[in-house]
Design a protein around this ligand. Sequence first.
Ligand code: ASP
Length: 313
Amino acid sequence: MQNYALAIHGGAGTILKSTMSPEKELAYKNGLQDAIEAGESILKSGGSAFDAVETAIIKLENNPLFNAGKGAVFTNNGTHEMDASIMNGKDLMAGAIAGVQGVKNPIALARAVMEQSEHVLLTGNGAMEFAKKVNAQFENEDYFFVQLRYDQLQQAKQSNSMILDHTEDKIEHGEKKFGTVGCVALDLNGNLAAGTSTGGMTNKKFGRVGDSSIIGAGTYANNNTCAISCTGHGELFIRSVVAYDISCLMEYKNLSLKEACDIVVMDKLVKIGGEGGLIALDAKGNIVLPFNSEGMYRASKKQNEDIFIGIYK
Ligand code: ASP
């Protein structure tokens, strides 16, 4: 039997200890701890990696500190458009949604796309119609309103820029980060799974979709190689096909998870200005949490080991 393992992230970016209050740091750490424990309890009792991924991400979506579900950033017209995807490494089944509004847990809807439709990715109005059909839980605008996110939108509008949550000169007080959330897990049966959920970027327009709902870019899982969930500047992560690139380096070049991650995150992405990071887990339970930004909210847990929680470099 395989030992279980899992890792989560709550976004990467310019996260500096110097701009973080002890209370806030504790709140983030508690949020990460709750989520990883929720995922672990599934794995510990013999549940699937896929269930663990969904469970941990729902915890993070329900926490307003993270840019997913409650806490999702505002679009240019003051709404929240959320993207999410989930993938099963056992059979390469996947589900994803993009640009949905009012859905409490976008990751659960992505799962429903996989399990209750013949499609992989549903967007906008169609995705909303599907959400109603499968009785997804909806919340009103008040639920998604978070003052900090609203202030960020006003700042972005003033400078007429789209704020990639971390951009240093655009946002003050250390709130520069990609707050996307994700989870990768390996269960006792040796199955891998990965998922990612996000509100995208502040002041986004025109139905912009990032990497988080793109299988192969922001999310990928394959029992033969690894499970990956990304956070960072989505456009660059899509162009780099980040998650699948790591899997390919392992599959075709026989690189280790760490070697593959180093090439993609610390070299290839850096060269094109793709700021961010990812969480990665291979079929043997090795965990790598690389990022080329100042920080990344992250946590990991291996069976019989203590929980690791990290924020800064
Ligand atoms: N990758 C996400 C996007 O571009 C942003 C993030 O990681 O926070 O939509």
